[in-house]
Ligand binder design. Structure first.
Ligand code: KQY
Length: 368
C-alpha cells in the first residue's frame, strides 16, 4: 500500500467539498455483524440493498463486502452496483471510509482519519477495530487517489462541511474522552482546519439523545447548501431532545460562517420517539462490549441522517406520522432533486442511518 502524504490538505490547497456538490460515486459497506444486526443481519442487508438501489440512479454505488458475504451481496444487488471484497469490523462507511478533498484543478485526495470504534478502550462500541481502521486506505487505493493519514481520531459522521470554509461538529463528540483526550479544543480546531481545508468551526454542544456515537453531528443536522442547515427538532419540551436541539439552534442562529454569512435553519420534525421492541432486541446476539441492546431502549432516530446525491436525496422512512412532513421539508430544501424515502428502521436498530452508511466521492471537474 502506498505511503500517506506527509503534508496536509490545507497546505496543499485542498478542501472538503459540500455533500451537495457533484459526486462521481458513493461507497457503502455490507452489514453482517450479528451482535449489531438482528437475525444474522438479513433484515439489515435488505435495508442496505434498498439504500444502494435508491442511490444508484443518482450516484454510481460501490458496495464493499467481506469475502464470505460476496456471493450473497452480489446476488442481491443489481448488476450496475459494483461489489468489491474488503474486510471490516462493521458497516459504517461514513465513519470508516475516507473523507475526500479536492483542489479545484481536477485533483482529488483522501483523508484517512484514525478510527477507534467511537471511543476506543474508554467507551468504544467494539474491539478490535483494526479492520475498520484500514478501510479508508483501501478505498483510496481503489479510487486511485493519494491519501493523508490524519494524526487524530475522527469519524466522517462527526463532521459536516459547507465547502466554503466552514465545518460543523459537536463538543460532545470531538471533545469526548474516548477520542483525543490529549488534545485541547483549540488543537482539534486547528487540525480540522488543516485536514478539511476550512477556516471556521461551528461547535454545537450536543448531538441526538441516546446516540451511541456520543453526539455525531450527522444525526443532528445536515448542511443542505452553504448557509442552509436542516436541524432535528421536537416540539415536546419534556423530551430530552428538546434541550439538545434548542441549544444547537441558539448556536446556529448566533453563528457566522467562514464567509461572514448568517445561517438559515430549517427544522426537521423528530420521528417518534421510537424505541427498540423486545422482539427486535431478542434477535441481536449479545455483544461483548459497548453495544448492549434491550427492549424499550430509546433509538436515536433522526431524519437529518439522509444522503444528498447528484439528482436524489435519499432519506430514512422512520415514522408514518412524520415521514410525509419530513419529505415535504426536504423537497423545499432540494427543489431540483427527487426525494426518495427508504425504510430506515433496520439501520436505526444498528445505531445510525442512511448518512452513516454512505460515503460520497466528489467529482473531479475543475472549478473556474
Ligand atoms: O455513524 C454512526 N451512526 C455509526 C453508528 C455506529 C453504531 C454501532 N453499533
Amino acid at each position: 500500500m502506498k505511503q500517506p502524504l506527509s503534508s496536509t490538505p490545507r497546505a496543499d490547497g485542498f478542501r472538503m467539498p459540500g455533500e451537495f456538490e457533484p459526486h462521481s460515486g458513493c461507497w457503502m459497506m455490507w452489514p453482517e455483524r450479528p451482535d449489531n444486526w438482528r437475525q444474522g443481519a438479513g433484515p439489515a442487508q435488505d435495508a442496505f440493498t434498498a439504500v444502494a438501489e435508491a442511490i444508484h440512479p443518482s450516484d454510481p454505488v460501490t458496495m464493499a463486502v467481506s469475502p464470505t458475504q460476496y456471493s450473497n451481496a452480489r446476488a442481491r444487488l443489481s448488476p450496475g452496483i459494483r461489489v468489491v471484497e474488503m474486510a471490516s469490523d462493521d458497516a459504517w462507511m461514513r465513519d470508516i471510509g475516507p473523507s475526500f478533498v479536492i483542489d479545484g484543478k481536477g485533483h482529488r485526495r483522501a483523508v484517512d482519519w484514525r478510527f477507534n470504534a467511537w471511543g476506543g478502550d474508554y467507551n468504544g462500541l467494539y474491539t478490535p477495530w483494526d479492520r475498520d481502521d484500514a478501510v479508508a486506505a483501501r478505498v483510496a487505493e481503489l479510487e486511485s487517489v493519494e491519501r493523508y493519514r490524519a494524526p487524530f481520531v475522527l469519524e466522517g459522521g462527526a463532521i459536516h462541511v459547507d465547502g466554503e470554509g466552514t465545518a460543523f461538529t459537536t463538543e460532545e463528540c470531538l471533545l469526548s474522552p474516548g477520542r483525543n483526550p490529549k488534545l485541547s479544543k483549540a488543537e482539534i480546531e486547528d487540525l480540522l482546519k488543516d485536514y478539511l481545508g476550512i477556516e471556521t468551526v461551528v461547535w454545537i454542544p450536543r448531538g441526538v439523545h441516546e446516540d451511541e456515537t456520543t453526539g455525531h453531528i450527522d444525526n443532528l443536522l445536515h448542511v443542505c447548501a452553504p448557509g442552509v442547515i436542516a436541524l432535528t427538532w421536537t416540539q415536546d419540551r419534556d423530551d430530552p431532545q428538546y434541550e439538545r436541539s434548542a441549544e444547537a439552534l441558539a448556536v446556529l442562529e448566533a453563528a457566522r460562517d467562514a464567509t461572514g454569512r448568517r445561517l438559515g435553519v430549517m427544522k426537521l420534525p423528530a420521528p417518534g420517539p421510537l424505541y427498540m421492541s423486545e422482539t427486535e432486541a431478542a434477535g441481536i446476539e449479545a455483544a461483548a462490549t459497548g453495544m448492549a441492546r434491550s427492549g424499550g431502549q430509546r433509538l436515536a432516530a433522526s431524519y437529518a441522517n439522509f444522503y444528498i446525491g447528484n439528482s436524489r436525496v435519499v432519506f430514512p422512512l422512520l415514522d408514518p406520522a412524520s415521514d410525509g412532513a419530513a419529505r415535504d421539508i426536504l423537497q423545499d430544501l432540494f427543489p431540483t432533486r427527487d426525494i426518495v424515502g427508504v425504510p430506515g428502521r433496520e439501520i436505526l436498530l444498528g445505531g445510525g442511518n442512511i448518512h452513516c452508511i454512505t460515503q460520497q466521492v466528489p467529482g473531479t471537474a475543475a472549478q473556474p
